[in-house]
Design a protein around this ligand. Structure first.
Ligand code: GCO
Ligand code: MG
Length: 445
């Protein structure tokens, strides 16, 4: 055993020590040892339960804990659906727990397939997130039993770490440029630039619907034309101040009419974007057949996908360059590694969804898969605050624009339930407030 790895795990042991009374040395020894359950018989699932916490920015995280017949052996999986956390909680407590108890935790594929069809109707956001929590937890357990990080179970490292992009936004060019330059000094080579919120609603002024009392005062107005005029100017300003080398990304976030998105993509070609994301909504994916022949701007899509029907054609017809699914929205690691293999055959690269509404366990799952696949493109990354790191010891760390996971078995991320309880979910249940055009027409968010 390399001393370095032992020390790393010792530190991890120490970090995770918060959650148990064991000394760091015995904890590390415990973490190191492959946890081959007593005897080679089945490893029974004894409980599947959701843990809800919001340690950062009021984001509603849902993590599933799978407990087993092997004392102290459990797994964690991300089931975070920020807009419907309580629905996922119910799906886990009322359905998955009862269905999985007594089943053999070693048989991930069988559990995935049987839970997936246990609702007859399937491929929806709530049940997929619940299934993902279970699935990722089973991979965590399998890594712990093997004494290996999950990426090793997926074939080992295809790169030394995970290259990431970070977010730079601002209500004007100067703010955006400041944030880009700050992130460049932190080592990021890929930076997503946004002018205010998605669709730059701050440029729209008041909508006529507001004076008419249509909708509620909390709702916002989006002016697609103002947004489409502003984005190329933002790219021009950033390129001028920050240079040609920095890779720039932008998220249209499906908020403008498809034909406007096509014109905008063509205008942005001059600024050589790394990718333009979500030019269309999932309901409009057939517009890619119209966009693709008209531009060489790299295209990214997928965070809103739940169903293989949504991505298969886009990949097999090479209509996108980056697949951006949210791992828990498609059911976890098991379907995601198959999706990655499909995408590799058509040289479509990965860019898994990785904002704050993915828990550190989910970020680790993204990163372990990113490390192991050949067709890795880029990984979205966020900065965890201290509370998040306290609740999730072992959470991935960023160095020089690269995400690093620990070498501990499984995901290498633990969950301190006592600390998690100190961060209850915010009162607002999670729904997205409507965004409207001038006349009050609801815009896809
Ligand atoms: C992104 C996404 C997010 C989503 C959010 C929804 O590219 O990171 O668009 O910002 O809007 O995850 O809850
Ligand atoms: Mg997005």
């Amino acid at each position: 055993m390399q001393r370095r790895r032992f020390l790393d795990l010792l530190t991890l042991g120490a970090a995770a020590g918060a959650t148990s009374a064991l000394t760091p040395r015995s904890r590390a020894a415990e973490v190191l040892a492959p946890r081959s359950p007593a005897g080679s018989g089945p490893l029974r699932i004894t409980r599947v339960r959701p843990i809800l916490t919001a340690p950062q920015s009021g984001i509603r995280l849902v993590v599933v804990k799978v407990e087993t017949s092997e004392p102290g052996l459990y797994g964690l999986g991300c089931a975070t659906f920020n807009q419907r956390p309580l629905a996922v909680k119910t799906a886990v407590e009322e359905y998955l727990d009862g269905f999985c108890r007594g089943r053999d935790a070693r048989n991930i594929e069988d559990l995935w397939q049987t839970v997936y069809t246990s609702s007859y109707w399937r491929n929806g956001p709530v049940l997929n997130n619940a299934l993902s929590g279970l699935d990722q937890a089973l991979w965590d357990i399998k890594g712990k039993v093997a004494g290996l990080p999950v990426y090793q179970l997926l074939g080992g490292k295809a790169r030394f770490a995970v290259d990431c992009y970070a977010h730079a936004s601002g209500s004007d060019h100067a703010q955006v440029i400041d944030n880009v330059q700050r992130l460049m000094t932190e080592g990021y080579r890929h930076i997503r630039i946004q002018l205010g919120r998605y669709g730059s609603t701050h440029l729209a002024g008041k909508g006529d619907f507001e004076a008419e009392g249509f909708g509620l005062p909390v709702e916002s107005h989006l002016d697609p034309a103002a947004y489409c005029r502003a984005v190329p100017r933002m790219f021009a300003a950033v390129r001028e101040k920050c240079g040609e080398a920095i890779e720039l990304l932008h998220d249209i976030h499906e908020r403008i009419p498809p034909i406007d998105a096509i014109r905008l993509c063509k205008q942005l070609e001059a600024y050589r974007p790394f990718f333009i994301e979500d030019p269309f909504s999932p309901e409009d994916v057939n517009w890619f057949r119209i966009l693709r022949p008209q531009t060489s701007v790299p295209l990214a899509m997928g965070e809103l996908f739940n169903n293989p029907h949504e991505w298969t054609g886009l990949i097999t017809e090479r209509l996108i360059d980056f697949i951006r699914v949210h791992l828990s929205q498609i059911g976890g690691l098991t379907p995601a590694r198959k999706l990655a293999a499909l995408a590799e055959a058509f040289n479509v690269r990965s860019a898994w969804h990785g904002p704050l509404d993915v828990s550190p366990v989910g970020h680790a799952a993204n990163a372990h898969l990113d490390l192991a696949i050949w067709n890795f493109g880029i990984q979205e990354a966020v900065r965890f605050n201290d509370a998040m790191r306290e609740v999730f010891p072992g959470a991935p760390v960023m160095k020089n624009g690269y995400m690093h996971v620990t070498e501990a078995p499984g995901w290498g991320v633990d969950l301190d339930e006592t600390a998690a309880q100190r961060f209850p979910l915010p009162a607002q249940p999670g729904y997205w407030l409507p965004v409207r055009r001038r006349d009050g027409t609801a815009v896809r968010p």
